[in-house]
Design a protein around this ligand. Structure first.
Ligand code: M6R
Length: 613
C-alpha cells in the first residue's frame, strides 16, 4: 500500500518526511521519493527499493524550503523503477498519489494528443499533467486541483505542491485514507496518523471527496465542488494496543490491508522473480529430497479446520489439476474420529495458522502413528504442529491478531499454489511455459491485491446495503467454491448473519427453495473456465426472484445487467483469482459487522486459537 507524507512548517522537511515514511513502511512498498523546496523549486529525489536507498541519496542533500512531500510506492501501474517512483513533477507541480485512476488510458491518450511529454508508466504522473495544465489557467493550486477532479475516475488520494506557491499544499481523498495533522504553526498530511505521532496528536480525518488546502498555518477543507466544510479535530490518546493496530480501527482491518505485503512474503522463498521459476523451500528436507518425495507420493491427504480447511479445498483443485495426484481433504474433527485409510505412500499435510488447533494436532499425531511423513503449513513458528511435523512450510504472514483469519488465508493459498506448481514440475506434468506464466501471475498478485483494496469504499457501500437481508448464499464453482465457503464463514463469524457457501451447481438440489428477495446470493463469477456454468446458475437464481451480488472480472456488462450489485475485480490468471476474490468478501463482512456494532476483532464465542476439542 502506498504511503504519503506532506509537511509545511518550520522544521526540516527532509527529516519530518523521512521519519513519517519510515512509520508507513509496514504498509509495504518498493520505491520511495521526496520533493522538497530548495531555492524556490521542489527538488525531487527518488530511489527504487527500500527507504535506506532513498536515505543514502538524501544524505548530502540540503533544502532551504519549508514545504515538501514524500511517498512510498507499491507498484501497480508500471514497474518499481526510479522513473515510476513518486513524487512526479510536471511544470512546477509535484504530486504524490495513492490508489488507482481507472480511466488513465483515456487521459493518457488525450494528454499525448495535446503534446504532453509523459515520462513514466504510472497513472499518477497523468494527474500531475492535468494539474499543471490547469494551474496555468487558474494561477491557483487549490482551484487547479478542484477543476481536474471531474476528469478522474477511480479510488485515489493525492497531495500536490507548486513551485509558485511555496507555502501551500493541497490534498484530495476519494478512497485510500488521508489525515491532516495539526501542529504549532505547522501542518502535515499523511496516509495514517502513525506517520505523524512524533509531531502531533491532533488530526482531521478526511472523508471521501474532500479537498484540503493548507496555506501557511491556515487549514481549510472543502467539498469536491468547493463548498467549505467545518471538520472536527480529533485528539488522539494512544494506548499501546492501539499503536499496534498501526492506525487502523481494528487488527482485522490492518491485517486485511497487509495482504499485498504478506502474499509477497509468502511467495518470496519459493519463487525466482528473475526466471519466473518455482523452487519450493521446505524446512526439514532439502529441495531435491522433497522433490523426490513428491514424485513418489501416490496420494495426498490434507487435514485442517475452519479457514485453513477451505484453503485445503483450493489445494485439492490445484494439485489434482496441475500434478494429477489424488488429494483427500478432511476437517480435523471428523478425520480423527473415523477410521481413515492411510496407505504408506500417502503424504499427510496439516494446515494451521496458529499451529495449536487441537483437532488438527490430534489428526497429525494419528497420521504419524500410522508411519506417514507429515508436512505442515503454519504461521506460528515453533508452535506444536510446527515442531511435531517432519517437513515444514510457513505462511510468513506475521502475527495475525484478529480472530477472523484473513491474511493467513491468502498466504496459505499462495504457498499451496507454489506447492502445486512444484509438485507438477517434479512429476513432469508442467510445461516450462506454464510454470513461467503462473509464477509471473503469482508475482503480480500483490499489486493486484493493492488494486482491489483501493476499491474498499465500494465494498463498504455495498455492505451498507446488505443489512436487511435475512441470509446469504455464497456460490461459486471450481476454485471459487472454497472461496464462497470462506466468504460465508467471514459473514457468519463477524456479522452473526446466516450465510452458507455452496457449489453453484448444487443450487437446484435444494438451496433454490430458499431464494426470495430477502436472501442475498453472493455469486463468485470471475472470467475463468467455470464462468459460463456459473453464469447460468446466476440466471437460475435471478429467475426465481433472487437478488444477486456478483463478483466478476472487469467491466462485465452481461454480469452487471443480471446483478443487483456488481463488484469488479482486475483481470487475472485463474490461479490468482481466489486471492483477489477473497478481499471483497473479507471487507464486506468486516464493514457490515462494524456497522451492526459488533466486536470485529473478537467475535462472540470465538477464540483465535482453538486448543480444546
Ligand atoms: O489456527 P488454525 O488455522 O488451525 O485455525 C483454524 C480455525 O480455527 C480458524 O481458521 C477459524 O475458523 C477462524 N476463526 C476463521 O476465521
Amino acid at each position: 500500500m502506498c504511503g504519503i507524507v506532506g509537511y509545511l512548517g518550520p522544521l526540516n522537511p527532509k527529516d519530518v518526511i523521512l521519519q513519517g515514511l519510515k512509520k508507513l513502511e509496514y504498509r509495504g512498498y518498493d520505491s520511495a521519493g521526496v520533493a522538497i523546496l530548495h531555492h524556490g523549486k521542489a527538488k525531487q529525489v527518488r530511489a527504487p527499493g527500500k527507504l535506506s536507498a532513498l536515505e543514502d541519496k538524501l544524505k548530502n542533500e540540503t533544502f532551504d524550503g519549508h514545504l515538501g512531500i514524500g511517498h512510498t510506492r507499491w507498484a501497480t501501474h508500471g514497474a518499481p523503477t526510479e522513473t515510476n517512483a513518486h513524487p512526479h513533477q510536471v511544470d512546477g507541480i509535484s504530486l504524490v498519489h495513492n490508489g488507482i485512476i481507472e480511466n488513465y488510458q483515456d487521459i493518457r491518450e488525450t494528454l499525448i494528443k495535446s503534446g504532453a511529454q509523459i515520462l513514466s508508466d504510472t497513472d499518477s504522473e497523468l494527474v500531475a499533467h492535468l494539474i499543471a495544465r490547469e494551474v496555468k489557467k487558474t494561477k491557483n493550486l487549490y482551484l487547479a486541483v478542484e477543476h481536474i477532479l471531474p476528469e478522474l475516475r477511480g479510488a485515489f488520494s493525492i497531495v500536490a505542491i507548486w513551485n509558485e506557491a511555496p507555502d501551500e499544499m493541497v490534498a484530495f481523498k476519494d478512497g485510500p485514507p488521508l489525515v491532516v495533522g495539526i501542529g504549532e504553526k505547522q501542518a502535515f498530511v499523511a496516509s495514517d496518523v502513525q506517520a505523524l505521532l512524533n509531531y502531533t496528536k491532533k488530526f482531521i480525518y478526511l472523508e471521501d471527496r474532500e479537498i484540503v488546502s493548507i496555506k501557511g498555518d491556515k487549514i481549510e477543507i472543502f467539498t469536491a465542488q468547493g463548498a467549505p466544510i467545518i471538520k472536527k479535530v480529533t485528539e488522539i490518546n494512544w494506548n499501546p494496543e492501539m499503536v499496534e493496530k498501526q492506525g487502523f480501527a481494528h487488527f482485522m482491518l490492518k491485517e486485511i490491508y497487509e495482504q499485498p505485503r504478506s502474499v509477497a512474503a509468502a511467495l518470496e522463498p519459493h519463487t525466482n522473480a528473475q526466471t519466473h521459476e518455482v523452487h519450493l523451500k521446505t524446512e526439514g528436507l532439502g529441495s531435491a529430497e522433497f522433490s523426490d518425495l513428491l514424485k513418489k507420493t501416490k496420494r495426498f491427504c490434507i487435514v485442517a479446520c475452519g479457514t485453513s480447511f477451505y484453503a485445503a479445498q483450493v489445494a485439492k483443485y490445484l494439485i489434482e489439476t496441475l500434478a494429477q495426484v489424488p488429494v483427500d481433504i478432511d476437517v480435523a474433527s471428523e478425520f480423527r474420529y473415523r477410521s481413515p485409510v492411510l496407505e504408506k505412500d500417502t503424504l499427510f499435510m496439516t494446515i494451521s495458522q496458529s499451529g495449536e488447533t487441537a483437532d488438527t494436532l490430534a489428526a497429525l499425531r494419528l497420521a504419524k502413528e500410522k508411519g506417514l511423513q507429515i508436512l505442515s503449513l503454519c504461521n506460528v513458528k515453533n508452535s506444536t504442529i510446527d515442531r511435531e511435523a517432519h517437513i515444514k512450510l510457513y505462511m510468513l504472514s506475521g502475527p495475525e491478531i484478529g480472530v477472523a483469519s484473513t491474511k493467513a488465508f491468502t498466504s496459505t493459498l499462495t504457498v499451496l499454489s507454489c506447492l502445486s506448481l512444484q509438485w507438477a514440475k517434479s512429476k513432469g506434468t508442467l510445461l516450462k511455459a506454464d510454470e513461467k506464466e503462473m509464477v509471473q501471475a503469482l508475482l503480480a498478485a500483490p499489486a493486484q491485491l493493492e488494486v482491489v483494496l483501493a476499491y474498499d469504499k465500494y465494498f463498504k457501500e455495498t455492505a451498507q446495503k446488505l443489512k436487511n437481508y435475512r441470509g446469504f448464499l455464497y456460490m461459486g464453482r471450481g476454485l471459487s467454491y472454497p472461496i464462497a465457503m470462506e466468504g460465508a464463514l467471514k459473514m457468519k463469524e463477524l456479522a452473526y448473519l446466516h450465510a452458507e457457501g455452496y457449489a453453484a451447481g448444487e443450487m437446484k438440489h435444494g438451496p433454490l427453495a430458499l431464494i426470495d428477495n430477502r436472501m442475498a446470493i453472493v455469486m463468485l463469477c470471475p472470467k475463468d473456465q467455470w464462468y459460463e456454468k456459473t453464469f447460468s446458475n446466476l440466471e437460475e437464481a435471478k429467475a426465481r426472484g433472487g437478488e444477486v451480488l456478483a463478483l466478476g472480472t472487469g467491466e462485465d456488462e452481461n454480469l452487471k445487467r443480471k446483478s443487483h450489485f456488481y463488484l469488479a475485480l482486475p483481470k487475472a490468471h485463474w490461479i490468482v483469482n481466489p486471492l483477489l476474490s477473497t478481499i471483497p468478501l473479507q471487507l464486506m463482512a468486516y464493514h457490515l459487522a462494524f456497522q451492526l456494532g459488533y466486536d470485529v476483532d473478537q467475535p462472540r464465542n470465538l477464540a483465535k486459537s482453538v486448543t480444546v476439542e
